[in-house]
Design a protein around this ligand. Structure first.
Ligand code: CA
Length: 457
């Protein structure tokens, strides 16, 4: 333990080395306290970089403040970014060797960040820590951040889940009631045919000006196609995660169904209509019957001008719903000067009852602590009433995104880069998957080679 920490300290920077040498056996302590020769009371500063929508940013700022109150002597410098700028900013910080003490990271980057020495091994902080019952945190969420140098899901802990993000399907209850359409059954998913039919019933010109202004849905292919592919028994990867399997006819069928919602059944806004007002905004205005809902949306959706609730995604040929459960890790820089305080912040944000309660109360996430989450979900008086659906996604039918299972995601991204002609109805799904499979396979092969090389180091 001491050896390990001294080693981590020794790796800090060359510029510090003269100073480190002067510290002698104090090297186990962090730099600043050693420098103050035992005053021990000066503030330790750690930086925390994260991303979020405005509601999440507010919630995390407030929770960090609570952490500071509970840990006098630790000051947290917050570095906040909008969701779409985060990855770029983190990669720049890593390239510039200026990694924040505590930061969010994508589970898909775990292997690369371990092999390049970016992430600190947190096992000694969290395993056998009386404060934390790891069994009370969603297992797959914790396993996402375990890595033994060969396989993800076992071995050392390099982070804890910020949360697990079940991507459920929501519906506008008020719209159903107004139209006199029977409400969806929360315990029985629509078949694909039923889903089209109910969407057609709800797609209308409500003000009689000849233009459709209320649609069934409008799903983003990047986040919603998984639900259709998986529930039809297909996937992007085989079990060994070495073969791209999009050329499976079941895959093509799901993709075609997805594209047909717009081109054949016309239950979604057209491309032009979506450009005037995107589908998220249309959902918010009450103009869409169905739209995905993640726990991070709850604070925002509390203000919707209509009632909404959650249901399972429509089921394809397997007869079962499917969707993804996302996660983001919170890890500590291997070069942090205050690893203990940094790990304490990770604990507070991910596994402490106080921290989890604060974040659940702010309605930006599902609690990580299973007992807390069950209690949270059982309260049907807060919106959405069927929060239980989130737990069912996490425990029963949610899966990780395919790109989180491989060394990098270039192969997966290529699928979406070229997909527009299929969505526009200019290319058949069957042709597309045939054409795209070899290109994606070549990129996956490259990722597998890179992974093998990184492991040899
Ligand atoms: Ca109209």
């Amino acid at each position: 333990m001491i050896k390990k920490r001294a080693l981590a300290f020794g790796l800090l920077t060359l510029a510090l080395s003269a100073f480190v040498a002067g510290c002698g056996e104090n090297a186990e302590n962090d730099g600043s306290s050693a420098n103050q020769s035992g005053s021990g009371s000066e503030t330790k500063k750690i930086s925390f970089m994260f991303r979020g929508n405005p509601e999440e940013q507010k919630a995390y700022e407030a929770t960090v403040k609570k952490f500071e109150e509970a840990n006098p002597g630790v000051k947290v410098e917050i570095i906040m970014t909008a969701p779409d700028q985060y990855v770029t900013k983190l990669k720049a910080a890593i390239a510039g060797k200026n990694v924040p003490d505590v930061f969010y990271f994508e589970p898909g980057d775990l292997k690369a960040y371990v092999h390049s020495g970016v992430l600190l091994d947190l096992t000694s902080y969290f395993q056998d820590n009386a404060k934390i019952d790891l069994n009370n945190i969603w297992k797959f969420g914790v396993d996402y951040y375990r890595y033994d140098g060969n396989k993800v899901g076992q071995g050392s802990l390099y982070g804890l889940p910020k949360d697990v993000g079940p991507f459920a399907l929501g519906y506008n209850k008020t719209m159903f009631e107004k139209a006199g359409v029977p409400l969806p059954d929360k315990d029985k998913p629509y078949t694909w045919d039923e889903f089209i039919k109910v969407n057609q019933q709800l797609t209308k010109d409500t003000n009689g000006d000849g233009k459709i202004d209320q649609f069934g849905t409008g799903l983003n292919v990047n986040w919603s196609l998984q639900a259709f592919v998986w529930s039809n028994g297909a996937d992007w990867l085989d079990e060994s995660r070495t073969k791209v399997t999009i050329d499976d006819p079941k895959f093509a069928e799901a993709l075609q169904y997805f594209a047909d919602m717009q081109n054949k059944y016309k239950i979604t806004p057209s491309i032009e209509e979506a450009q005037t007002l995107d589908t998220y905004q249309r959902w918010m205005k009450g103009e869409l019957a169905f739209f995905p809902v993640g726990p991070w949306d709850l604070a925002t959706y509390d203000k919707l001008p209509f009632e909404y609730d959650l249901i399972p995604w429509p089921a394809g040929s397997t007869g079962k719903p499917a969707t993804f459960t996302g996660s983001l890790g919170i890890g500590v820089s291997a070069k942090s000067k205050h690893p203990k305080e940094a790990a304490e912040l990770v604990y507070y944000l991910t596994a402490s009852p106080e921290g989890q309660q604060a974040l659940a109360d702010a309605k930006v996430q599902l609690p990580n602590l299973i007992d807390q989450a069950k209690q949270w979900a059982s309260d049907t008086n807060t919106k959405p009433a069927n929060k239980e659906e989130f737990l069912q996604v996490v425990e029963e039918y949610g899966k990780p995104m395919p790109f989180t299972l491989t060394y990098n995601r270039e192969w997966y991204d290529l699928f979406f880069t070229d997909i527009q002609p299929v969505l526009d109805g200019q290319e058949s799904a069957a042709d597309y998957v045939k054409k795209q499979q070899p290109k994606m396979q070549a990129l996956l092969d490259k990722a597998l080679e890179q992974e093998a090389k990184a492991k040899q180091k």
